[in-house]
Design a protein around this ligand. Structure first.
Ligand SMILES: *[C@@H]1O[C@H](CO)[C@@H](O)[C@H](O)[C@H]1NC(C)=O
Ligand SMILES: *[C@@H]1O[C@H](CO)[C@@H](O)[C@H](O)[C@H]1NC(C)=O
Ligand SMILES: *[C@@H]1O[C@H](CO)[C@@H](O)[C@H](O)[C@H]1NC(C)=O
Length: 379
């Protein structure tokens, strides 16, 4: 197959959800047809034989033999399909398989800063990319989606980002990708109003994005259980959420954090089964640079040891996919470590490149989860 432009191949998330239901029922109809055909053979072949003036006993014998042959055949069929390597590869595996999910974070950041297309506020960015020499990266063909690729993928979708300022920065990067930096500068002030929700409808691509200010894990579980009580037909297509830093700084009780995460996990599991919602992401906590934290209280509470303690609750409550939970981890800690200490001024919020990388990891995960192959990267 030739390399079509992405837009010709890419189906957006909404369409995929519809197609999934369709293909299941088509398979069902196929099985019913096969059964009817077998029934007809058993019924009519002996009747035709009766036309040849065979005795009743012979007809009974033939129809019995036919019935047994067909029954045995139907049961053996699954085992008789040709071995996999006889099937040409390009039919067998047209999509990057789900094992690619675990390699999504194999990225690297450049040491140098470069000037970016920018406003006066932020004129530099680090550059990052997937590690070119990595075999898994080559096999999985990860790529940064362009504005139009992302618009195609997200056309008609409702995306929710919920959490603290880390989630807000991910929302900013996502909007930058789908709207372009000029349009985002215009809405930046609204998005960054302290401690409030934000909602935008990007009409050209029918994308609805909600940012929900939910700094504590308890706020996330409240929000999710609220979604659970809403109409089954109105539910987001993608949810990315994360909290932990505020719990660490202001509540300072890891047990309570774990209790909230358990509630969140249960609530998410029921949400994802009742709405067949599969695109759920966790926005992890960044690496904290203690020496750069801006208040004495932060320096005292937000230590590396405390980070470990809170991260252990995330692991222990099995909320992440890697431990059997519902959320795919966007590993902000890893990305911020790779970006380096010079990527943060206040020890918590990092350079945009960290959140850009997280967004592209999420986009590639969405492609994999919806069985789509990105356009081949030109090298
Ligand atoms: C989004 O989808 C609608 C209809 O499904 C289509 O008319 C529109 O052109 C699409 N927009 C983009 C940017 O792909
Ligand atoms: C978040 O949770 C805290 C503590 O439970 C609560 O005081 C606060 O009102 C909640 N905030 C929002 C925005 O729901
Ligand atoms: C932490 O929270 C748990 C559960 O609410 C409570 O039992 C415990 O006493 C709290 N610990 C501290 C030190 O406040």
């Amino acid at each position: 197959m030739g390399v079509l432009p992405f837009s010709h191949r890419c189906k957006n998330l909404r369409r995929i959800a519809e197609d999934d239901g369709g293909s299941g029922s088509r398979e069902m109809i196929g099985a019913v047809q096969l059964g009817l055909l077998a029934a007809c053979v058993v019924l009519f072949v002996p009747l035709v034989m009766a036309g040849w003036h065979l005795s009743r006993n012979k007809i009974l014998f033939f129809s019995g033999a036919l019935f047994i042959t067909l029954a045995v055949g139907v049961h053996l069929m699954p085992y008789l399909s040709p071995p996999e390597d006889l099937i040409p590869r390009k039919i067998a595996a047209p999509f990057p398989d789900s094992s690619c999910i675990r390699s999504l974070h194999r990225v690297e950041f450049a040491d140098a800063w470069r000037r970016d297309e920018c406003s006066e506020i932020r004129c530099t960015k680090k550059s990052w990319n997937w590690i070119d020499s990595d075999d898994e990266v080559l096999r999985c063909e990860f790529q940064k989606l362009t504005k139009s690729d992302a618009s195609d993928l997200l056309n008609g979708s409702w995306i929710v980002l919920a959490g603290d300022s880390q989630a807000r920065l991910v929302a900013l990067s996502l909007l930058n990708l789908v709207l372009g930096s000029n349009q985002v500068e215009a809405i930046r002030e609204d998005l960054f109003k302290r401690h409030s929700d934000y909602s935008i409808m990007a009409n050209e691509i029918g994308l609805k994005l909600d940012f929900i200010w939910a700094p504590y894990a308890a706020n996330l579980s409240d929000y999710t259980s609220k979604l659970n009580h809403q109409d089954v037909n109105s539910s987001p297509d993608v949810i990315a959420m994360g909290a932990g830093l505020w719990d660490m700084l202001h509540i300072n009780n890891a047990t309570e954090y774990a209790i909230s995460l358990k509630l969140l996990r249960d609530s998410l599991i029921s949400l994802s089964t009742s709405r067949s919602l599969h695109h759920l992401f966790w926005i992890g906590m960044p690496k904290l640079i203690n020496a750069k934290l801006t208040t004495p209280e932060k320096k005292r509470m937000m230590t590396a040891g405390m980070w470990d303690l809170y991260q252990n609750q995330v692991a222990g409550t099995k909320i992440l996919k890697q431990s059997g939970g519902p959320l795919l981890n966007l590993d902000i800690h890893l990305l911020s470590s790779l970006c380096g200490e010079d990527g943060t001024v206040d020890g918590i919020h990092y350079d945009d490149s960290v959140y850009d990388a997280a967004v592209h990891v999420m986009m590639n995960a969405l492609l994999i989860q919806s069985n789509q192959k990105p356009r081949r990267r030109s090298r």
